[in-house]
Design a protein around this ligand. Structure first.
Ligand SMILES: [Zn+2]
Length: 421
């Protein structure tokens, strides 16, 4: 019978497991060098992780003469994770292994404004489809991760006054899924999950200080500070879309304030301004889009810009410059080594990203931009579900949670693990 390790050994256990599961150490000698733990302690903790089925010793590493070293691997198939990334206009769901490998994925259009009962009911249906259609699902369900397009109080897994999510304020998203699936559940905003995904397996791998900005219908940012996702005191860090960037009282944001970045440079704003351009007769392509759909979207503007439509190009560049000015302030304040730009609007062409990049370089302090890289997100639409999976597994293996399920061999059937710590 395996028991919960003593307090003093738990730190070492988590340190060793993190090294192995994040691919930083592959052997006992690497673990000793990187963790600073003694040889005997590393040997004991590795032995314990193997006994508990979380680590496997497989194959042979590169031989340097003599006996070839065996290599340590995280047992990512010990269980599986269900994740859902809800955007303003889409739902992405996936089932993954414990190292974020996607076993099956579905996405479809959706309207977050339909409210929690309908949106989350649809997530239930998609989860059921994923589970029934995925062959050889590894292990049991170890946890669920949910992303929503608005501020979330991370501690309780509850959306708090989300501007574009009518009916969701205070809705107990975690409690709902924990009760229905009898498993630990974590909830975060979609931008933090995009950030985690890019950091774990996308454009931000290896960087310790990163800003990931998402330009979709709205605008938000996720922050990696000193190698950790920075959520802030209440979980609202990175809400850069509501920084005031213009004084015009005419531009009212959906949050109720005036002059927010999102209200002049987000996807909804670009569509609105594109429609005005069409009505003023300044763009034939946007007028055609207006005639066809009855409105102009950011995607219409991006498409017109890709054909060289001057008014559409100017709209995207103006948005890019405004985003760049905000980011220049962030760069001066936070000094990241990398900015990753993601979200449907940013990824739909080069005009917005180029204008953003140029403005950040011009307006930030030279020391802050000397080694600064600004790149586009590399996981595209999958970053959110990959990030949600990383959130769940990071939480399961966190120091404050692991002791609560370790003796049982896994967290399946233990929804209270998410509340521990
Ligand atoms: Zn606002």
């Amino acid at each position: 019978m395996l028991t919960v390790p003593a307090e003093e050994t738990l730190d070492a256990l988590v340190a060793v497991l993190d090294e192995i599961r994040l691919g930083r150490s592959r052997s006992r000698s690497e673990l000793i060098a990187r963790t600073g733990l003694g040889r005997a302690v590393v040997a004991q903790r590795v032995g314990e992780l193997i006994e508990r089925g979380l680590v496997r010793e497989v194959g042979y590493g590169r031989s340097t003469g003599g006996r070839p070293p065996r290599q340590l691997y995280f047992h990512a198939e010990a269980g599986h994770v269900l994740v859902a990334d809800l955007g303003a206009t889409s739902i992405d769901v996936a089932v993954t292994t414990l190292d974020g490998r996607i076993l099956a994925h579905r996405d479809e259009p959706a309207d977050i404004g339909d409210g929690p009962e309908r949106c989350l009911g649809r997530v239930d249906q998609l989860f059921a489809e994923l589970r029934s259609s995925t062959r050889d699902l590894p292990g049991e369900l170890w946890g669920i991760g949910i992303g929503v397009p608005g501020p979330v109080e991370f501690r309780t897994g509850t959306p708090v006054s989300p501007p574009i999510m009518p009916g969701w304020d205070g809705y107990p998203v975690r409690a709902r899924f924990a009760a229905a699936y009898d498993t630990p559940v974590w909830v975060d905003n979609d931008v933090n999950l995009l950030c985690l995904g890019e950091w774990r397996s996308g454009a931000a791998v290896g960087h310790d200080n990163v800003v990931v900005i998402k330009v979709g219908t709205g605008i938000g940012a996720g922050i990696i500070s000193d190698g950790r996702l920075h959520r802030g005191a209440q979980g609202s860090a990175g809400d850069v879309g509501h920084i005031q960037v213009v004084d015009e009282r005419a531009v009212i944001c959906r949050c109720g304030n005036v002059g927010c970045l999102e209200a002049v440079a987000g996807g909804a704003a670009i569509g609105r301004d594109g429609e005005a351009v069409a009505r003023e007769g300044r763009s034939e392509r946007l007028l055609a889009a207006l005639d066809q759909h009855g409105q102009v979207s950011a995607a219409d503007v991006a498409r017109a810009a890709s054909y060289g439509d001057p008014a559409a190009v100017e709209l995207l560049e103006a948005a890019g410059r405004r985003i760049g000015r905000m980011l220049a302030s962030v760069v001066n304040f936070f000094n990241p080594s990398l900015i990753v730009v993601g979200g449907g609007v940013a990824l739909s062409g080069d005009h917005l990203l180029s204008a953003t990049r140029e403005t950040v370089q011009r307006r930030s302090l030279p020391l802050a931009t000397r080694e600064l890289v600004i790149s586009r997100s590399s996981l595209g639409g999958l970053a959110g579900v990959i990030g949600a999976s990383a959130m769940v597994v990071d939480q399961l293996f966190a120091r404050e949670h692991i002791a609560h399920w370790m003796a049982a061999g896994g967290p399946a059937g233990m929804p209270e693990v998410a509340l521990a710590g």
